[in-house]
Unconditional design. Structure first.
Length: 256
């Protein structure tokens, strides 16, 4: 029997962000479990050397490659809200995606998706102008990629109207507010640190389209891709636990 849409899911991870993770091999450990890599491209993190190393690792492990542009705020890892004019956001996104594309082309790789990072992503969830600026920046490079955004959020509508395929995203290692937004990182319980907890949430999203919010209420979420953050402590164990639990539940884990 052909699998339903809810029984197929991509497992993505933000990568190329931490020099120490690239150097000590811990980033490559994650590649064994994920199906898509969102690669930092010089805004909040990353440089040409890290981009190249991460792309080579993704090619080796047959992981789909995506760009991960963020606010140009390396000091705060792109996690602080900036008030940038829409045109500056578009320029910034275009420059970052183009930088990764140049490295990918040299290595014979193809960028298949673009996912905004951190505060840029979170602000764009309910800010139509900002979501439009992101789409504009990407379209100046190419419209033949999927744009990743928060599942069931208005940003996806903006991306669609701009002519993009969209990939609704949920998070395996983050807690949610009752309104379906991510619990802010300023709260100590914003992250799911235990692999078993992340796996339970991932399976529930993939098979039931549901998850438990921070207050214990159940909310619906319709996702094509699940994220694990590489900078979450123990991320390799979380990724392994999530991937194994999904497959054990009969979910096909595959790229977008």
């Amino acid at each position: 029997m052909e699998m339903s849409e809810m029984q197929r899911i991509d497992l993505n991870c933000d990568m190329g962000e931490l020099p120490e993770a690239v150097a000590d091999g811990s980033q490559e450990l994650l590649m064994r479990w994920i199906t898509s890599a969102n690669i930092a491209c010089g805004g909040h993190a990353g440089d040409a050397e890290m981009m190249e190393t991460t792309i080579r690792q993704a090619l080796k492990h047959k992981v789909a490659i995506g760009a991960h542009p963020g606010y140009p705020d390396r000091e705060n890892f792109g996690r602080f809200e900036l008030k940038m004019p829409a045109r500056e956001v578009s320029d910034c996104v275009f420059e970052q995606v183009s930088a990764l594309a140049a490295v990918a082309a040299r290595l014979g790789a193809k960028i298949r998706h673009v996912k905004p990072h951190g505060a840029l992503y979170n602000q764009a969830v309910h800010n139509a102008e900002l979501a439009g600026a992101i789409a504009d920046g990407v379209s100046r490079w190419s419209s033949e990629v999927a744009l990743v955004g928060l599942a069931d959020s208005p940003m996806l509508d903006i991306f669609r109207k701009a002519g993009f395929e969209v990939a609704a995203e949920a998070f395996a290692d983050r807690r949610y507010e009752p309104d379906g937004t991510l619990r802010p990182r300023k709260f100590r319980d914003a992250l799911l640190h235990e692999p078993a907890d992340a796996a339970t949430q991932a399976v529930s999203i993939a098979t039931r389209g549901m998850l438990l919010a921070q207050n214990g209420s159940e909310i619906s979420v319709h996702a094509r891709t699940l994220c694990i953050h590489s900078d979450t402590p123990g991320s390799d164990k979380i990724a392994a636990g999530v991937a194994q639990a999904l497959r054990a539940a009969g979910v096909s884990v595959q790229p977008l």
